[in-house]
Design a protein around this ligand. Structure first.
Ligand SMILES: Cc1cc2nc3c(=O)[nH]c(=O)nc-3n(C[C@H](O)[C@H](O)[C@H](O)COP(=O)(O)OP(=O)(O)OC[C@H]3O[C@@H](n4cnc5c(N)ncnc54)[C@H](O)[C@@H]3O)c2cc1C
Length: 405
């Protein structure tokens, strides 16, 4: 078996599968898809509700059915290694993998990183109290219920009010488990307002502007303490707590690699082609913008696959790159830098996230020159697209800033 490939894709979730499909369609022959789990598919494999498929097959599909169809499109056209973890990425497309075959070195002309995201668990949220059983994330909950057919609790409380929090609620409901309450620090729900109605109809109490201060229990969770929006302390008996959302990218590989990255988060620096500081490396899917929906990551993976196929035919390296600077409202921008040069000036879209609610104008400037202005209503964790930004006149001296008014 060869250890040299045209393209290696790390992560066989929707973004990785899409990139593989685009590469196959573009006629690229030696493609290897690497997945650390025993089965390819990424997160949707354990999402059993019909919130996938609208953009790809124009109908709602359960996550596992959707992913089976996507997998079917590439399974015979490229090599897929499951149960294999990429442990190191090195300059020029040399990667190290670990599997039951031991450690191996592989080489590729291009590498696409599509390693996804994870939810913020309890520990970084600084919730005090003891560490009993019964504390988990939505991802873990879905794996318990859908893959292992186990019920991790009977009286759960959900922390968070993002879309994924309602995904947790739906999962519990499917398993016949009644959720007691949904608690979030935000004063309004982060998901779309009708989601609150869904919770209400299911008899779930909603505590907004509330914060868990302590988890009680010795062997298992027995209760929580929280302060409500008015600072009043409350106590709620429960046997499990699901911490949902607040997605962070899976950047372990990037942090320990030669790729330039944001020092705090570890998110790689990448341009409008999703190309990293080492032009052999590209990124795709949720690791670029924690976190978008499955269909959106699939569409992006297709574009990255096409771009990489194109780069194998004709290499257009950046002549210069300009960072995208954000004011304090913004948490991230994808891409976080723009490549410039005589052949790299098509309009770009920035996918941004905010730290707090904002309704007003968002402006993109190059120094004093305005490149974009539009009114947006922004909520934390929601995808906000600043489209068709004209970068035709950027220079190595440009100062690209995204600001609010
Ligand atoms: C709990 C949860 C529920 C969700 N519910 C919905 C929903 O209902 N509807 C919806 O549209 N979206 C939902 N999403 C979002 C959706 O799942 C993502 O948008 C989509 O899966 C992102 O695709 P991806 O390919 O970027 O990443 P992922 O699906 O996360 O795939 C990344 C893959 O990379 C692999 N990997 C990571 N590191 C390595 C390594 N070092 N070596 C080898 N493999 C590696 C991982 O094992 C994983 O399989 C949900 C997300 C979560 C976390």
């Amino acid at each position: 078996m060869s250890n040299h490939y045209d393209v290696i894709i790390v992560g066989a979730g929707p973004a990785g599968l899409a990139a593989a499909r685009a590469l196959v369609d573009a006629g690229v022959k030696d493609i290897l898809l690497i997945e650390r789990e025993q089965e390819a598919g990424g997160v949707p494999r354990h999402c059993r509700h019909p919130t996938f498929g609208l953009q790809t097959f124009y109908r709602p599909m359960n996550g596992h059915n959707w992913i089976d169809r996507l997998l079917g499109m590439v399974v015979n056209a490229c090599e897929i290694r499951t149960g294999t973890t990429v442990v190191n990425i090195n300059p020029g497309g040399e990667i190290h993998v670990s599997s039951d075959r031991g450690l191996e070195k592989l080489f590729a002309k291009r590498v696409i990183l599509a390693t996804g995201v994870r939810e913020t668990p309890r520990h970084p949220r600084l919730v005090s109290g003891v560490r009993p059983q019964g504390v988990l994330t939505t991802g873990a909950l879905q794996q318990f219920i859908y893959l292992k057919k186990l019920k991790p609790g009977y009286r759960p409380v959900i922390v968070g009010s993002e879309l994924v929090s309602f995904s947790a609620l739906w999962t519990l409901c499917n398993a016949g488990i009644k959720t007691l309450a949904l608690i979030d620090e935000n004063e309004r729900i982060t998901a779309f307002r009708p989601a609150a109605l869904f919770a209400h109809l299911m008899g779930v109490k909603l505590f907004l502007g509330a914060r868990i201060t302590k988890i009680n229990g010795t062997e298992r969770v027995e209760s929580i303490e929280f302060t409500d929006a008015h600072g009043m302390k409350s106590h709620l008996e429960c046997d499990s707590i699901i911490f949902t959302g607040r997605f962070v990218g899976e950047y372990t590989l990037v942090r320990q690699s030669h790729l330039a990255h944001e020092s705090e988060s570890g998110r790689p620096l990448f341009d409008q082609y999703n190309r990293c500081s080492d032009p052999c490396y590209y990124i795709a899917g949720n690791m670029a913008h924690p976190a978008d929906m499955g269909d959106q990551c699939y569409q992006e993976g297709l574009v990255v696959g096409q771009t990489v196929a194109q780069s194998l035919r004709e290499n257009k390296n950046a002549e210069f790159v300009v960072p995208v600077q954000l004011d304090e409202l913004f948490r991230i921008s994808a891409p976080n830098q723009i490549s410039g040069g005589s052949r790299q000036n098509a309009p770009v879209t920035l996918n941004v996230r905010v730290n707090r609610y904002h309704k007003g104008e968002i402006i993109v400037r190059d120094g004093e020159r305005e490149l974009y202005r539009a009114t947006h209503r922004c909520l934390p964790e929601r995808r906000i697209l600043l489209k068709e930004i004209d970068i035709s006149k950027i220079t190595p001296e440009s100062k690209l800033t995204v600001i609010t008014k």
